[in-house]
Design a protein around this ligand. Sequence first.
Ligand code: ZN
Length: 190
Amino acid sequence: MELTPVDLLPHFKTVGSDLYTRGMVSMHGGNLSFKQETSLCITRSGSRLGYLEESDLIVTGVDQDDENTPRASSELAVHRAIYTKTPFAAIVHCHPVHATALSINRDKIFPQDEAGKIFIPTVPVIGFGREPVPGAFADEVAEALKTSAVVLVHKHGSFARGMTLEEAYVMTELLEISSHILYMLETMKP
Ligand SMILES: [Zn+2]
């Protein structure tokens, strides 16, 4: 079966729009992908996640370049590493404000709210203390996603995985809610 952007578009559109309206990406930030067998479908470099169209979905190889590869998101290397090292089929990468803020001064996040404790008890911060660049820490992010549903990259944002884009979105949203609560707890300290 071939990956066809027209079939995937409703899922990309829903998740992209939710991320944008929820304030978890800026206009041209973040990227989404879905894998099937040896192909992946990823958002175009510079696309607007809140307003995705069929032409924003780029199909290329999981481990092989082709004529579409240059138009793929600048984080393609990270998505490829995750699909190579894990059994998951969907990835959501974005820049949730509170979670990204926490990634600046700690190397792990421990949610304190009930849902966070159950679904994402420990969220590692990859590349802590090093300078992030697009596509960096691909192997470390992939390795960490074997056991954590969502991880952060220091000073940058989150990568979440699942079997569907919606599932990866849910993990991303849980992280941002837990991070917002942690932030509030710290600012409420006497
Ligand atoms: Zn990013």
